[in-house]
Design a protein around this ligand. Structure first.
Ligand SMILES: Cc1cc2nc3c(=O)[nH]c(=O)nc-3n(C[C@H](O)[C@H](O)[C@H](O)COP(=O)(O)OP(=O)(O)OC[C@H]3O[C@@H](n4cnc5c(N)ncnc54)[C@H](O)[C@@H]3O)c2cc1C
Length: 508
């Protein structure tokens, strides 16, 4: 007896996109989520009337029909949509030497840069134009048309030949780093640091580690489709994906931690839950990280030893310190929503505590906090190593939160007097709630040093999605991983009919 056709371990955005599409394609799908709230890194949670984003809050192209965002493509197929609030500037970067506003509109953004370095602004334009050319070429082939096996060639030749031709001049860029493009276009040191910062915010790595198409996607989406915040927070995107899954007959089981993926004679047969229950299915998709899947969910003997070892040696980006605050909002009428504070320009931007990200989404959606209040999420990289829930834990938490408070003081000088709710999260919190190896942001796979693995595994019937698979970290990327996996599991014919749905709306 099979309980379902497909079991998905984890309800991160990658898992939900794969699950929703596979349900849409007619499969019986069960998603088992360890947490009592779906969404993984993108879940929202409530405390004392405040609704917090646990992680992402920066989104582009969630509603624009011309957007390339794979989340939007999945929602369209599932028949779901979300409400958003567009905004610009998309944020402010605060350096010790001054602050710049970052506008979606490329010309306004360059104008800001020009105030600091006119030569740098001119060079930035050349850099952007090169990457925007790639973005335009990528637009012609929606992610929904792709899959992770050889049949992708049939689809591309059948439906996207002219688009492929458009892509040809950009082939060298597809595998190169944003740093490579930067080296060819930008000499100005200040702008080079700016690009390193933007890449770091995107991938956790600086420009030379970040793949050029990812940066092209970010620049293209923010300047063409625009930046927007989902009404109800990140959880609204998760809820729309869950609604889509259930609309097509799929099931989500919360509080269902998978203890083991069951493998017999090299084939997946199902999963065992922590409570002892066994669910059977011929296909299992793991949305857990590469380290968690191969180390904790499988027995060592289930995988070829060298493959397992190489996978487990994948380098990881650090974890985070989080500060979630509920604050009094009186006198903060001109507050804006996104900020990045670099404390010390002489230090590396990737150094834990040096670069702090801040999001105040109540600036756009006041319903996330009780009247007269704001929600604040500030976070910075923090190494997992050395954290233990011992006697000194609370003190260390307070001490490590100080760089986040100092960053917030640049935006709201009297922030400490305004706090009505304070939650400090450490790498241990991050690892615990998101079930993630060392609470990592994701794999640190730099361009030229390796590639994100595909959805396939050496075990028949076992697939992987999420930020430790192709194309990488970030909500659009993991949604793309879900699409690639789901499409690979259905026939070419089933997939093509869906791609046409998508192509139809893109054509207008
Ligand atoms: C602080 C922060 C800010 C970010 N900001 C942005 C942003 O602004 N924009 C953006 O695009 N991206 C952002 N990102 C990145 C983005 O949020 C992630 O890359 C993405 O959400 C990861 O999705 P995923 O599908 O890989 O799965 P995850 O979110 O990792 O979810 C995996 C799920 O699997 C579950 N799971 C794991 N193991 C088991 C098990 N054994 N049994 C059952 N369930 C299990 C987990 O509980 C989890 O719910 C941010 C990330 C962080 C941490």
């Amino acid at each position: 007896m099979q309980n379902s056709d497909v079991i998905v371990i984890g309800s991160g955005i990658g898992g939900l996109c794969a699950a929703g599409l596979l349900a849409y394609y007619g499969n019986r799908v069960i998603v088992c989520e360890s947490h009592v709230i779906p969404g993984g890194a993108a879940h929202s949670f409530k405390r004392r009337g405040f609704k917090f984003d646990s992680g992402p809050s920066f989104y582009c192209g969630l509603t624009d029909t011309q957007s390339l965002n794979p989340v939007k493509q999945v929602l369209d197929v599932l028949g779901e949509s979300i409400q958003v609030i567009p905004y610009d500037p998309l944020g402010h970067y605060h350096f010790p030497e001054g602050t710049i506003a970052v506008y979606s509109d490329a010309e306004r953004y360059r104008h800001e840069v020009q105030r600091i370095t006119p030569q740098g602004a001119r060079e930035l334009q050349v850099f952007e134009e090169r990457l925007l050319g790639l973005y335009e070429a990528m637009r012609a082939i929606p992610t929904l048309a792709l899959r992770a096996d050889w049949q992708v060639i049939l689809i591309l030749l059948k439906s996207y030949l002219p688009s492929l031709m458009k892509m040809l001049p950009y082939l060298p860029l597809l595998q190169s780093s944003a740093g490579h493009v930067m080296d060819a276009t930008i000499k100005d040191l200040w702008v080079r640091r700016l690009i390193d910062l933007e890449c770091f915010l995107l991938s956790g790595l600086k420009a030379h580690g970040t793949i050029a198409p990812e940066v092209a996607f970010m620049l293209g989406e923010r300047s063409r489709a625009g930046v927007e915040y989902p009404v109800g927070g990140s959880g609204a995107i998760v809820q729309a994906l869950v609604n889509g899954l259930e609309r097509w007959g799929g099931k989500l089981r919360l509080g269902s931690h998978v203890e083991q993926i069951l493998v017999e004679s090299g084939k997946v047969v199902g999963v065992k839950l922590q409570q002892g229950e066994i669910l059977q299915a011929p296909i299992v998709i793991s949305n857990a990280s590469i380290w968690d899947t191969y180390n904790h969910l499988l027995r060592p003997e289930d995988l070829p030893a060298t493959y397992r070892q190489a996978a487990l040696e994948t380098p990881a980006v650090e974890s985070f310190m989080h500060l979630h605050l509920g604050i009094r909002a009186d006198g903060l009428e001109s507050l804006t929503g996104h900020h990045v504070v670099v404390h010390d320009s002489s230090q590396d931007i990737t150094l834990p505590g040096n670069t702090c990200m801040i999001s105040i989404p109540t600036v756009w959606d006041a319903t996330l906090a009780p009247e007269g209040h704001h929600v604040v999420h500030a976070y910075t990289l923090e190494s997992y190593t050395g954290w233990e829930r011992n006697q000194g834990y609370e003190e260390k938490k307070q001490q490590k939160a100080q760089s986040l408070y100092r960053a917030l003081e640049r935006i709201i000088p009297d922030i400490r007097e305004r706090v009505v709710v304070e939650l400090i999260g450490t790498p241990l919190t991050h690892a615990h709630y998101l079930c993630r190896y060392q609470g990592t942001y994701g794999p640190a796979i730099a361009v030229g040093k390796g590639m994100f693995p595909s959805t396939h595994t050496p075990i028949q019937g076992l697939y992987r999605v999420g930020d430790s698979t192709m194309p990488g970290i970030g909500v659009p990327a993991v949604a793309a991983s879900g699409i690639l996996c789901a499409n690979t599991l259905v026939s070419f014919k089933e997939q093509v009919s869906t791609s046409f749905v998508n192509q139809g709306f893109r054509a207008n």
